[in-house]
Design a protein around this ligand. Sequence first.
Ligand SMILES: [Zn+2]
Length: 76
Amino acid sequence: MSNEKPQTKKENNVIDLSLNRCKAEGCKKKPSKADFCEEHYEWFKAGLITKDGSLAKDFDKKHQQWVARHSIKKVA
Ligand SMILES: [Zn+2]
């Protein structure tokens, strides 16, 4: 007989916070559109992230273009 503790699976109290959070990785903002916050919804529209919130394959390139495009506005 071993004295192993019985493995109870009590995960009912774990609330899925992702339901009320932007899908983008590491983002904790509340979603405003299509499960993304406003910023990441723009990213999603621009193809920087997929609808699941993961980064696009060529994210780095796209992100640079996106930043460049959006930083022009600040300069003006
Ligand atoms: Zn976000």
